[in-house]
Design a protein around this ligand. Structure first.
Ligand SMILES: [Zn+2]
Length: 168
């Protein structure tokens, strides 16, 4: 299956809300395969990144794919049911920024999420810390929101080389 191009910051399509998956049909399966292949290729070539959201490849559906050494999974139609009062500060970047720079932003420490898994089974799960902030980043994509929208302090932005040197 073809690798898909990542839409880049400035592309108006990244600001469009994606829609719910209603049918797990052939079109869904083909796009999901592309989404997975695209993330795996990016991880191999860029040596960074833990997840991808369907709108990043121009597939305007509520689908996320996560792939880290300890867990690989798909989330369909995710909804955040609750957020902790406690927040965490994280350095965030995005394939839509070509991972050229990182920004320090605030995310909820814990979230409870309802979603469909790859088999279409409803799950309700609580996520903390790394996975929590990652899922918030990816769900934002489904709502046309990018990490840069969360930047409150314009001095909290560093190029990738400086981030690797100082904060990694
Ligand atoms: Zn992103």
């Amino acid at each position: 299956m073809p690798l898909r191009e990542i839409l880049l910051l400035g592309n108006p399509q990244l600001r469009v809300k994606s829609t719910e998956v209603k049918r797990f049909n052939d079109e869904y399966e083909a796009n999901l395969k592309d989404l997975k292949d695209t993330l795996l290729d990016l991880q191999k070539t860029r040596k960074i990144g833990r997840a991808i959201a369907a709108p990043q490849i121009g597939w305007m559906r509520n689908v996320l794919f996560f792939n880290s050494p300890d867990r690989s999974f798909v989330m369909v139609n995710p909804k955040i049911l609750s957020k902790s009062k406690e927040t965490i500060e994280v350095w965030d970047s995005c394939f839509c920024f070509n991972i050229a720079f990182f920004i320090k932003i605030e995310r909820f420490k814990e979230i409870k999420v309802k979603y469909l898994d790859i088999k279409g089974i409803t799950k309700i799960e609580t996520f903390n810390d790394d996975l929590s902030e990652l899922i918030q980043h990816e769900i934002d994509h489904l709502n046309g929101i990018l990490a840069t929208d969360h930047l409150k302090n314009s001095k909290q932005i560093v190029m990738r080389q400086e981030w690797e040197r100082r904060f990694k």
